[in-house]
Design a protein around this ligand. Structure first.
Ligand SMILES: *[C@@H]1O[C@H](CO)[C@@H](O)[C@H](O)[C@H]1NC(C)=O
Ligand SMILES: *[C@@H]1O[C@H](CO)[C@@H](O)[C@H](O)[C@H]1NC(C)=O
Ligand SMILES: *[C@@H]1O[C@H](CO)[C@@H](O)[C@H](O)[C@H]1NC(C)=O
Ligand SMILES: *[C@@H]1O[C@H](CO)[C@@H](O)[C@H](O)[C@H]1NC(C)=O
Ligand SMILES: CC(=O)N[C@H]1CO[C@H](CO)[C@@H](O)[C@@H]1O
Ligand SMILES: [Zn+2]
Ligand SMILES: [Zn+2]
Ligand SMILES: [Zn+2]
Length: 498
């Protein structure tokens, strides 16, 4: 999945007799309310999954962008100030034809297809992704929530793929989010691209295995409503969605859903991005985070920019099949601070440091594996964090990114366990290095200010809380735009404290 988060490719599926009632448009009963979980439930465990091997996918696959499967997805010539260009060897990209200032909207893009995460049901409308206090739920499955009958109606073409199936499968209804998105794409009957056999054969085994699991899940949960293309087309489609899908996140960076944005998928990667993508309902909005001049390429980051150059490029190769050659990757100017070690009178042996880096990377993986095994109790996750922080702390400074990574995870676990003081103490250590290591307008930084600010307020530390929220607000004005509903809500939150 493009942009920062790695999407969980899960493929549990259980066999259970299918079938179910036919599909009339259900009526909305008086809204049975589900309490709003925000703004302060900030702790949920992360759900990243990563392929560890280097896939040997043919390069064309990244070029064969989602646009090839999505007929309507062609960029409209009418976006003023933006044009497509093809640079030989580098593939396609977008560039600006006029100047844009920091915080200016370059363009917004409706989702070709999107799906709300199962975990977020009841917090957001399934159709427009608006966050509302009182959502009405589907009278039939009682699982999908909407603003009102018109949102429900608007969503029915997609929801009917799942409504009766969820009733029929009950507890056993568990397609992955990728499967759910692919089902929606298929329901829109895009024009398929017919890949040559070699494209599909070059998909590495691990990814192929995941895709096979997802294809089985698709057939299992969606066969009633969909005609499926060939197996090889499906394999390719799943790979394309993996490369081109965007994870939709809220202002605290919690995963809300997954979507396809064909025009945004045209934007190339840089570790020094010129734009940032945020979400307004189901729309993606692209705003400048650097002043841009005519001719400048529009560049976003596909990955988390916290990590040093080698780690970033491992991630890019694993997931997007290319190596970045941006200025930061060439000069590695931030690597040294990112890997900061303790100052000692006798310098630490380089071998000790590189061993510790290896240990740090393993700790990241170990935590991720334990986190994905949803049976691991929070206390065990916290122990992994604390153990690795202890060990790395002998060599690494607190601002070292491997330390920060584990502190960030620990903070997530504390929030999950509602240990607000624990969360604050990790958050306070994280914040300053985040501000130094991330670019000037980073959602990782603004979301950390938000989480901390809300934690302080929850513990009645008003002035500290307010000043953190104001810091978040300043970044979000650039990233989300001054009128975004998150900002309106945040300004209210700030005003209500006075
Ligand atoms: C940065 O933000 C992304 C979500 O956009 C998140 O997945 C990632 O864990 C964050 N990284 C850190 C180190 O906070
Ligand atoms: C995570 O990805 C690996 C493949 O890299 C897969 O085998 C594993 O099942 C995935 N975990 C979950 C929970 O989906
Ligand atoms: C239903 O909710 C949507 C989204 O909030 C809104 O735009 C629309 O006007 C509402 N429709 C009716 C009939 O209330
Ligand atoms: C969000 O989208 C709505 C319409 O869907 C639009 O009126 C509003 O201006 C957008 N907000 C921002 C901050 O772009
Ligand atoms: C989609 C696309 O054009 N990707 C290119 C982005 O830039 C790198 C090099 O910096 C290319 O390798 C990609 O193909
Ligand atoms: Zn709605
Ligand atoms: Zn329903
Ligand atoms: Zn780079």
């Amino acid at each position: 999945m493009r942009v920062k988060t790695f999407f969980l490719f899960s493929f549990f599926f259980f066999f259970f007799p299918g079938g179910g009632p036919s599909d009339p448009l259900p009526t909305v009963p008086p809204p049975p309310l589900k309490p709003r979980l925000r703004p302060c439930i900030i702790g949920r465990l992360t759900r990243h999954n990563v392929t560890e091997t280097l896939p040997s996918l043919v390069p064309q696959l990244t070029e064969v962008c989602v646009r090839d499967i999505v007929k309507e997805g062609t960029m409209k010539e009418s976006i003023e100030g933006i044009e497509r260009f093809d640079s030989p060897g580098k593939g396609r990209g977008l560039r600006v034809t006029k100047a844009f200032k920091v915080g200016e909207l370059l363009f917004s893009c409706p989702a070709y297809s999107c799906v709300l995460s199962v975990k977020e049901r009841g917090c957001y409308c399934e159709f427009c992704f608006n966050r509302k206090e009182r959502l009405a739920r589907c009278g039939k499955c009682k699982k999908a929530f909407y603003c009102n009958a018109s949102c429900q109606k608007g969503d029915w073409a997609m929801h009917k793929l799942e409504c009766s199936a969820m009733i029929a499968f009950g507890e056993n209804w568990c397609p992955s989010e990728t499967v759910r998105l692919v089902a929606r794409i298929l329901a829109k009957k895009p024009v398929y691209l017919y890949p040559s056999v070699s494209d599909v054969e070059d998909i590495d085994n691990k990814r192929r295995e995941m895709n096979e699991g997802d294809i089985a899940g698709l057939h299992h949960f969606y066969s009633k409503h969909l005609d499926f293309p060939d197996h090889s087309d499906l394999l390719l489609l799943f790979s394309q969605v993996a490369c081109n899908g965007f994870t939709v996140e809220d202002e605290e960076l919690y995963h809300m859903g997954t979507a396809l944005y064909p025009d945004v998928a045209l934007i190339n990667h840089s570790c020094l991005p010129s734009v940032i993508v945020t979400y307004n309902g189901t729309m993606a909005e692209v705003r400048a985070v650097q002043d841009m001049n005519p001719g400048d390429e529009v560049l976003i980051s596909y990955i988390d920019l916290l990590y040093p150059t080698d780690d970033r490029n491992d991630r890019l190769r694993e997931s997007y099949y290319f190596t970045c050659d941006c200025q930061e990757c060439k000069t590695k100017s931030k690597d040294k601070v990112k890997l900061k070690v303790h100052k000692r009178s006798d310098p630490i042996n380089p071998e000790v440091i590189s061993n510790m880096v290896r240990y740090g990377r393993n700790a990241v993986r170990e935590f991720r594996a334990a986190n994905l095994d949803s049976h691991a109790p929070p206390s065990e996750l916290l122990e992994i964090c604390e153990r690795s922080l202890d060990k790395m702390g002998a060599v690494f400074d607190d601002s070292n990114v491997y330390m920060l990574h584990m502190m960030y995870q620990a903070m997530g676990v504390c929030l999950y366990m509602e240990d607000l003081d624990g969360a604050i103490s990790y958050g306070e250590k994280i914040l300053k290095p985040y501000c130094q290591l991330y670019p000037a307008y980073s959602l990782n930084v603004s979301s950390m200010y938000l989480k901390l600010g809300r934690l302080y307020l929850a513990l009645d530390r008003h002035s500290t809380g307010l000043s953190a929220l104001k810091k978040a607000l300043a970044i979000m004005e650039v990233a989300h735009g001054k009128d975004h509903q998150y900002l309106t809500a945040l300004r209210k939150e700030i005003a209500s404290q006075k």
